[in-house]
Design a binder for this molecule. Sequence first.
Ligand SMILES: Nc1ncnc2c1ncn2[C@@H]1O[C@H](COP(=O)(O)OP(=O)(O)OP(=O)(O)O)[C@@H](O)[C@H]1O
Length: 610
Amino acid sequence: MSADFLVPGESVVKERWKITKKIGGGGFGEIYQGKDLFNHHDVVALKLESSQTPKQVLKMEVAVLKKLQGYDNVCNFIACGRNDVYNYVVMSLVGRNLADLRRSTPQMLAGIKAIHTVGFLHRDIKPSNFAMGKNGAQTRKCYMLDFGLARQFLTASGELRPPRPVAGFRGTVRYASYNAHKSKELGRHDDLWSLFYMMIEFLTGNLPWRKIKEKEQVGDMKMNCDMYGLIKKLPPEFKLILDYIKTLDYYQTPNYKQIEQWCKAPIKRKHVRESDPYDWEKGCGDGSLTTTTTTTPNLVPDGVKEKCNSPFTGSPVELGSAEKDGVSDEKENKRKDRRERDAGDAHRPPMHPDSKLRNKQTRRAEQNGKHSNYKNSQASIYKPSDAEHIDKADASCTKFINEPDMDSEQSGDHVLNLQNIELEEAANHGKYPKHGHVTSHSHVTAHQPPPVLGVEHVDLRKQSNVDLDKLMNEIDSLKVAICDMKDKRRDSRPASDERSKSRSNSSGEKKSETSSRKRRKSKERKKSSEQADQRRTILFDGAGTSNGSPSSKHRHAPTGGVSEDFAPKFAPHRALVSTESNHSSCDNQVIHLYPQPPPGRAAKICVTAR
Ligand SMILES: Nc1ncnc2c1ncn2[C@@H]1O[C@H](COP(=O)(O)OP(=O)(O)OP(=O)(O)O)[C@@H](O)[C@H]1O
């Protein structure tokens, strides 16, 4: 019995991403592989979270993933959205995670540095939150995943947020820093502690608390652990790293460069080259991966079991034994969980699919947030032992959120307010500059009218600091980009046999089609620039007098302006300005335009003027 959100081979998300297989189910959501029906059947990953779950983490995930666009070691954001059942994010697909592969590189450190650079802490650094790329050159790149537990530690102006005296436990027990166990506010150094634990586990195949279930007990063990004893057989740089991270506190910016150098030193010493194959490229991994004949020196020090691989290099690893004895216990426990849950399901009366979904969500909520009403609410369906089992199963790899409400925690003048982050119908089509002045998202959605999602409404006319001309130009370029995008989509849609035959039969026709497209495009551009002039006039004439016009149910722009007189094709029924804080500037203006939808559809465009 399955309560999965989607069915591989059948489900299509947003009429665009066809689900091809389920990759896995994490603590918070389900991950699927899919193909993009609009875009050359590109392979993508979709992460889903129930829209009913009390702890919604996908918003944070999307917010951080978007901020990280353009950095290495991070998946490409493609789109996000939501419906009544689930919230989803679409991103580039990566390969197997490091919990499976037991291999790491300084790239993980680069990923951590990147997220700190954009003002966030990851707070759930662990092997399964890093994965190798899927195809071609990407197979040698390590990607950081899962920003659901991230927290902004820098204000929009780049200042450190003051630490809270008490901040509940957040993270995964096995890799959480000691500070997390003490419910202290986590800082950049805590992500590094988690990385350090990971590296020790990779190299020695163990952590003393690996099999311990109780969070508190693991915390005690971390406090009393002889860390120097634990790393004594590892490369000497481990001691340097340990000495160094022990000196760090919430306020200090870690010297990532220095740590990187320490990470790379053993690699250099053993003459391992960047181009040397990874463990799995040497035939230990799954058959789909490249195999090469090059050998890599083994960096595992004498006395450390051969099955443990180096976090720095591609030193050989016995994947089989590692699977049995190493971090992949995590995976095995998850599998066991599932098996036992399924076995339990067999004795239960059949349920409505919706209730199955809810039960799964509640179980997850219990696992993650330990909601006290779980057993009561489920008592009629599940035996208490189910909940207990899930609760206790490999607790050291269980992710926890014991914090106050995330949205309120994040709110404030100078930090990312999650209430302002929309799981909007947004898509990044790769056309826009990653760190540029304008980022734009547009996506056609079947829901209408588009919901107003907690965006601060500001009357444009009262915003003296909005450069209207610049804004209009940006909107114009966005419109042009949309035209291009529409053309591109039209091109990439699978043509019917007949159409493609006739196209291939006549190159002349093809040419004329292209030139007619060009003509259409230039016409649209011209039209759009005329419209821009028109709008400018309207704006400066004190737009908004038509506010609340009864002629259209969408004509209720609270901004008091700009809504009515856009040209028909892109006429927005809403124009909003909000101040979105981010780490680089306090007064970024975000303009959300909701164009009038074509019949039966609705579309929304967001222009971020930076
Ligand atoms: N873009 C992706 N491409 C391929 N696989 C992915 C992708 N994102 C996630 N995965 C796989 O799904 C697993 C779980 O993903 P993720 O950590 O984001 O979910 P989660 O629900 O937060 O899980 P957990 O609670 O275990 O941390 C990852 O370890 C990875 O193997």
